[in-house]
Design a protein around this ligand. Structure first.
Ligand code: FAQ
Length: 311
């Protein structure tokens, strides 16, 4: 009966085994996964916009080819993630409707503008770096299809991060103006990148249950700390300053101390009031409308094929 199914679910989680689509799961577990995976998928797709703007303005053919490939990878990540969400019994078209109606979120980070080509490098370094810190543990998430989608995504994100860092190393070997552009991009993206990890643990309503279900493996603050510790030596090697006067190594803790991000800004951006929210949603909506004929043609083609098979 129902209690036996619940006991089996609890035992699967306790033994660090995977929940698969055919398994019984609590409604709350399913709803949390749909929320997180859909939000993650939407972020990948909307996340194509800030860097995508620079494809036509890249400074060389080589940089254009690299950026084009990276942005395409993000489309691929969005698609694997929508497929993972669909194993939970929800349709991708329904998830897209929810995003466009403002009923589902996407990452706050993609609501900031990209003002120079250095921003492309800093997005790779910080935003993909933060994505790696957050997503490597998700490879061990309790839901099988989500965890497996993360393996390939993380490999591609590490390549993206190196791409960004290499771009910045090149700019730092360039002119005074290029070095100033890199520092300016670092100053603008540092705090929003720290906000990607979500609200502080005391103020994170979903964390406790998600960690009990082993959907999340670490808390928001733990991952934020891991990102800071990883990034500080990279900043030193690059020769830029992270814009935080409180940033220093704490020998006792074995971690860096750092200042508190402005979480009221995070909440404003999540609620729709960031510098680029309106533009991002407008473009996403237009892309969806412009794609209507493709969806109709694909559906007509599938219907025709089914008809031919039947005859
Ligand atoms: N932005 O209780 P918590 C990428 C919401 S990487 C917007 O702590 P949770 C790669 C949260 O949803 C970016 N909303 O929530 C790339 C919740 O609202 P809800 C995508 C945020 O779920 C790189 C409320 O605040 N990565 O795309 C944010 O336990 C470069 C309370 O928060 C992922 O989605 C935020 N920053 O923890 C692409 C990773 N933070 O849903 C292109 C998977 C919090 O109840 C270029 N997701 N909220 O209405 C996660 O790990 C988690 O969902 C967290 C939030 C950590 C984001």
């Amino acid at each position: 009966g129902a209690t036996a199914l619940a006991a089996h679910f609890d035992a699967t989680i306790a033994h660090d085994q995977r929940i698969e689509p055919r398994d019984w799961m609590p409604d709350g577990y399913r709803a949390t996964l749909v929320r997180q995976i859909a939000q993650h998928a939407h972020s990948e797709i909307i996340g194509m916009q800030p860097e995508g703007e620079w494809i036509t303005k890249a400074p060389s053919l080589r940089r254009k080819a690299i950026l084009f490939a990276k942005v395409q990878d993000e489309a691929g990540h969005g698609l694997y993630l929508y497929s993972a969400a669909e194993t939970l019994g929800i349709d991708r078209s329904e998830l897209t409707e929810r995003l466009l109606a403002g009923r589902q979120k996407y990452s706050s980070i993609f609501n900031y503008p990209t003002l120079s080509f250095a921003d492309v490098g800093v997005i790779g370094w910080f935003v993909d770096g933060a994505a790696i810190c957050n997503q490597v543990p998700l490879c061990r998430s309790s839901y099988g299809p989500y965890a497996r989608s993360m393996v390939r995504i993380c490999k591609e994100e590490s390549f993206h991060q190196r791409q960004g860092y290499e771009l910045l190393l090149t700019m730092m070997r360039g002119t005074e103006q290029q070095r100033a552009q890199v520092q300016d991009a670092v100053d603008r993206w540092w705090w929003p990148s720290l906000m990607m990890f979500g609200p502080p643990d005391d103020d994170s309503p979903n964390s406790a249950q998600s960690m009990a279900w082993k959907i999340k493996r670490h808390s928001n603050d733990e991952l934020r700390q891991r990102f800071v510790d990883m990034t500080v030596p990279q900043a030193e090697r690059l020769g830029v300053t992270l814009p935080d006067p409180e940033l220093r190594w704490n020998e006792e803790r074995g971690h860096h101390d750092f200042g508190t991000p402005d979480f009221s800004e995070l909440m404003r951006v999540i609620k729709g009031d960031g510098p680029c929210n309106a533009q991002r949603m407008e473009r996403r909506t237009k892309a969806h409308q412009d794609g209507a004929w493709v969806r109709e043609a694909a559906a007509a083609h599938a219907a025709k094929n089914r008809g031919e098979e039947g005859s």
